[in-house]
Ligand binder design. Structure first.
Ligand code: DC
Length: 219
C-alpha cells in the first residue's frame, strides 16, 4: 500500500493536482484541509470564538465528518462541500487548525482513513506528521502572486466577488499562521521532493507528481 503525501501552502495547486494524480494512479484521494474547513464552519455557525479550544474541540469531536465516494464532505447528514470553499472558511480553518486538540482529533481520523490504502493525501503536515513514513512525499510551492491569482480565479468561478490584493493579503496571513503555529507547522519534510509550480501548467504538475510516484513505487 502506498501513501502519497502532498503538502504545500495555499494556492500551490495541491488540491487539483492531488485529485487528478489520484485519479490517474487509481488511488483514493483525501483533502485534509476540507476537514479543518468543516470544523471552522461548524464553529462559526455555533457562534463560538474560533481560538477557544475548550469550545471548538467538542464541536470537532461531534462533527461526524465523512467523505462520500465523490469527494463530497458531510458533517452528519449535511453536505458542507460548497459552504467550506469560501475565503472566510479558509481563514476560519487556519485559525481552528492551530488548536492542538482539534489537530489531534483530525489527524487520528486521517490516519485511520489512510491506513492500508493506496491514497493521495494532501494538506500541510501529511509528510511531516500524519504519515511521516509515507512512501512518497511531494511539497508543492509557487510564488505568492501566482498563488493569489489562482485562488482569486477559483473564487471568481464560484461567483464570489474578489479583489486580488485582498486575496494576496489573506494568503500571506494564512501562510504566516500555518507556518508559525507550534503544532505541526507547514514545512517541507526533509525527504520530500519540492516542485515549484509557478511556471508549470496543471497537466505538467500532475505528470511530474505521477512520475515521482511511479519512480518511487518501482524502486
Ligand atoms: O488546504 P486548505 O486551504 O483547504 O486548508 C485550510 C486550512 O486548514 C489551512 O490554512 C491550514 C489548515 N490545514 C492544516 O492545518 N493541516 C492540514 N493538513 C490541512 C489544512
Amino acid at each position: 500500500m502506498t501513501v502519497v503525501a502532498i503538502d504545500g501552502p495555499v494556492g500551490s495547486g495541491k488540491s487539483t493536482v492531488a485529485r487528478m494524480a489520484a485519479q490517474r494512479l487509481g488511488y483514493l484521494y483525501l483533502d485534509t484541509g476540507a476537514m479543518y474547513r468543516a470544523v471552522g464552519l461548524l464553529a462559526t455557525e455555533a457562534g463560538v470564538r474560533l481560538d477557544d479550544e475548550a469550545a471548538v474541540v467538542p464541536i470537532a469531536a461531534h462533527a461526524e465528518l465523512r467523505f462520500d465516494g465523490d469527494g463530497r464532505l458531510f458533517a452528519g447528514d449535511r453536505d458542507v462541500s460548497g459552504l467550506i470553499r469560501s475565503l472566510e472558511m479558509g481563514a476560519a480553518a487556519s485559525v481552528v487548525s492551530v488548536l492542538p486538540g482539534v489537530r489531534r482529533l483530525l489527524v487520528e481520523r486521517q490516519r485511520t482513513l489512510g491506513a492500508g490504502a493506496d491514497i493521495v493525501m494532501e494538506g500541510r503536515d501529511i509528510g511531516t506528521n500524519v504519515f511521516p513514513g509515507a512512501e512518497v512525499k511531494v511539497f508543492l510551492t509557487a510564488r505568492p502572486e501566482v498563488r493569489a491569482a489562482r485562488r482569486a480565479d477559483e473564487l471568481c468561478a464560484k461567483g464570489e466577488e474578489v479583489d486580488v490584493d485582498e486575496v494576496l493579503d489573506a494568503l500571506l496571513e494564512r501562510d504566516r499562521r500555518d507556518s508559525e503555529r507550534e503544532v505541526a507547522p507547514l514545512r517541507k519534510a526533509a525527504d520530500a521532493v519540492e516542485v515549484d509550480t509557478s511556471k508549470l501548467s496543471l497537466d505538467e504538475v500532475v505528470a511530474a507528481v505521477v512520475a515521482i510516484v511511479r519512480d518511487k513505487v518501482a524502486s
